[in-house]
Design a protein around this ligand. Structure first.
Ligand SMILES: *Cc1c(COP(=O)(O)O)cnc(C)c1O
Length: 393
């Protein structure tokens, strides 16, 4: 028994790039703009509600679909922001973050050999979840086009669909590119879903982070004609309320899809975050100015970082949303993002991540790296100052 005990289908997934880069940040005392977590706490009302719940006995298993107050808050939130109406009793399930919702959805819907259409670069858990299900990913490549805005080739998308396509896994606003899919792009995806009779699973954890200069506002795929009944919409509290460690997410959709997810989810985690669920219910009900204020603060940090990156000599792709911006290293003399990111901490004390690791088509991402700007203003300011050194060295 000397060989690797790990199952074959998980072997391609080593430790993630974040582990390597975060360790490098610590070792070199660098500013870590690699991993996307905020360095400040979320709204006080939410934190107070969590502390209260802890003290007042919300410490046992909540119900499998999540507590009623949170399901009602998710329903009210979807109605308020996206005009989607949901029955809190049958069309919503609370999950251990968006990550569990995505995993449970794929495990619930895909037979071995089924195909999942997704856009690369993709969030790192997608490929692993698809693989765990024995399904096959069919990536469609996002590439910077004119003006740096990311787009995809319509023919490549069409070619990704076939008789084994079970679902499309769509993340918009998109990590790591900062792309917000346009209505025209979503309509094309929706048409193909209907033509091939597939489901859609949408990861919308950045639904509230679309900047005022984005080409178009965020549109949930589920809100397009014919899509409500075939779409499972996923979101989470982590990004919107700066509490990535809480892992409170949810999936909404027609009762049949939600119930399929619940069937799997009950044997993954069963339930989670009992005392945090009432607190997230409070947060989802915050007035609009919380959401607009949060977005404006992030947008200002994006602008500061983009200025710094541009001055440092990078070609920066426009970030329309999310916590992230990507930059092309070619003009800065780089060819491999991985090598560039390994050297960056020594050169200037800043950590970024290569986006190549999120592509199957490695060549498409080799020259691109990602920076997170969900950090305090003074941290972004200092990072921008450090990056400016690249120009001199
Ligand atoms: C951060 C992130 C997640 C993870 O959400 P959790 O609620 O922490 O599980 C999922 N998808 C994308 C695209 C993300 O950036």
């Amino acid at each position: 028994m000397t060989s690797d005990p790990l199952v074959e289908r998980m072997r391609p997934f080593g430790t993630t790039i974040f582990t390597e880069m975060s360790a490098l940040a610590v070792r070199t005392g660098s500013i870590n703009l690699g991993q996307g977590f905020p360095d400040t706490d979320g709204p006080a009302e939410m934190l107070d509600a969590a502390a209260r719940a802890l003290r007042e006995g919300a410490n046992q298993y909540p119900p499998l679909p999540g507590i009623a107050a949170l399901r009602q808050a998710v329903a009210a939130h979807e109605q308020r922001f996206w005009g989607l109406s949901r029955d809190p009793d049958s069309e919503i399930v609370v999950t251990a973050g968006a990550t569990e919702a995505v995993a449970a959805a794929i495990l619930a819907l895909c037979e071995p050999g089924d195909e999942v259409v997704c856009f690369e670069p993709y969030y790192d858990s997608y490929a692993a979840s698809i693989s765990l299900a024995g399904a096959v990913r069919r990536p469609v490549t996002l590439r910077p086009g004119p003006g740096g805005r990311y787009g995809f080739d319509e023919d490549q998308l069409r070619a990704a669909f076939g008789p084994r396509t079970r679902l499309v896994l769509l993340n918009s606003p998109h990590n790591p590119t900062g792309k917000v899919f346009t209505r025209a792009e979503l309509t094309l995806i929706a048409d193909l879903c209907q033509e091939y009779g597939t489901y859609a699973v949408t990861d919308e954890v950045y639904e509230h982070l679309v900047f005022t200069d984005a080409a178009e506002p965020h549109v949930p795929l589920a809100s397009l004609p014919g899509m409500r009944e075939r779409t499972l919409r996923i979101s989470s509290a982590g990004k919107t309320f700066s509490c990535t460690g809480w892992k409170v997410g949810w999936a909404t959709g027609p009762a049949s899809l939600v119930s399929a997810v619940m069937r799997v989810k009950q044997f993954l985690t069963f339930v989670n975050a009992g005392p945090l669920q009432p607190a997230v219910a409070v947060a989802l009900g915050l007035p609009d100015d919380y959401f607009t204020g949060f977005r404006a603060a992030l947008q200002a940090r994006r602008d500061r970082l983009v200025t710094g990156l541009t001055e440092a000599g990078f070609d920066v792709q426009p970030s329309e949303g999310t916590y992230f911006v990507t930059a092309d290293i070619t003009r800065s003399g780089g060819t491999s993002g991985i090598e560039f990111c390994r050297a960056l901490p020594e050169r200037c004390g800043v950590v970024a991540v290569p986006t190549e690791v999120f592509y199957d088509d490695k060549a498409a991402g080799r020259h691109l790296i990602r920076f997170a700007f969900c950090k305090r203003e003074e941290v972004i300011e200092e990072a921008a100052r450090r990056l400016a050194k690249l120009k001199q060295s």
